[in-house]
Design a protein around this ligand. Sequence first.
Ligand code: PLP
Length: 418
Amino acid sequence: MNTAILESTINTGFDRDTFNTYVMNTYGRFPITIEKGKGCKLWDTEGKEYLDFVAGIATCTLGHAHPALVEAVTKQIQQLHHISNFYYTEQQGQLAKWIVEHSCADKVFFCNSGAEANEAAIKLVRKYAHTVLEFLEQPVILTAKSSFHGRTLATVTATGQPKYQKHFEPLVPGFEYVPYNDIIAIEEAITNIDEGDRRVAAIMIEPLQGEGGVIPGDLDYFLRLRKICDDTGILLVFDEVQTGVGRTGKMWGHENLGVEPDIFTSAKGLAGGIPIGAMMCKASCDVFEPGNHASTFGGNPFVCAAGLAVLQTLEKDNILQNVQARGEQLRTKLRSIVSKYPKIFSEVRGWGLIDGIEIERDFDLTSVDIVKKAMENGLLLAPAGPKVLRFVPPLIVSAEEIDRASEILESTIASLVI
Ligand code: PLP
């Protein structure tokens, strides 16, 4: 189709009723239609400007239309975008090399989303259990309550939130849940499950729970998890889909905890908004062989060129330093707002640029109420459950943008509680 016709179709033939007629009803969308973006700003079809503190849900690492990403994907699509994994491509090898050289991992498997990366990790754990731990006929993976690991059947089973599992039973066998940051619960679960052929093969956990309410992992808890795994041979798997790629102020979220996993996953921010997922592991559990796992699109040259552009820009522009400084600034601002409204808010928490404020359980206000009002005032925020407001701006956010977002938030709250 010629570009002029395509543009006129988009500009004249679209409205939200048409959208809802044809698109399946799986998302509760807010009533705005976004048309373009630049840096940390977005504009809707009415020309209204928004400060974007959602970033595609912690995904647009470099914001919108970043020149390095635009240049890399433009160049790559003109040269080669997809050929299958029958053949080698330089881009996939280069991206894997970058990740390995900037993490504790030895090997990388590429796919297309966070759920798929976690599926790959679950399959790797099971193969390891059947072939290396041998005695394990029925391997069990322990995950945390309030966790989020994805929407495929295995990852929604891994997700420790029954609301996501309802009506999708029967769930996948081989998962048990423990409270987050509770070492006694893990020790008890391991003891209780170890009977007959049923044994714990892995603990799969987020270094900071994102969807579950921006809850950082406890340092001592994670150190003890690592010790338990070292002592027993159980694998430690970190879901870094939301916390990876600089989001927390370190390259990987687990670097805040001083503990290395055996396996970890990434997606969201890895290619800055181009769909990608990756599962990383240490050489000691690299048990996949040809035919064990695959993905048609996984690691194609287009997405890997995007991933390389994001990671190289992160390093070249010293963006982790910005994440740390802007994160401090944001939490200071949020604490000052929270201290003005002690009846409404209970806590500010987070690492780097994944931060949240908790709304008092008994106060009659939800995170969505605030998100809607802030949107009217030109600030996009994401809920993390009904009582937590989440702040995950692009990692390139400026000091002025943090100040502006805080001003909008404060006036939004003032207008809601009058
Ligand atoms: N794991 C975590 C920690 C997530 O936050 C998410 C998405 O929010 C997922 C997995 C699922 O990722 P995706 O939506 O790319 O499948």
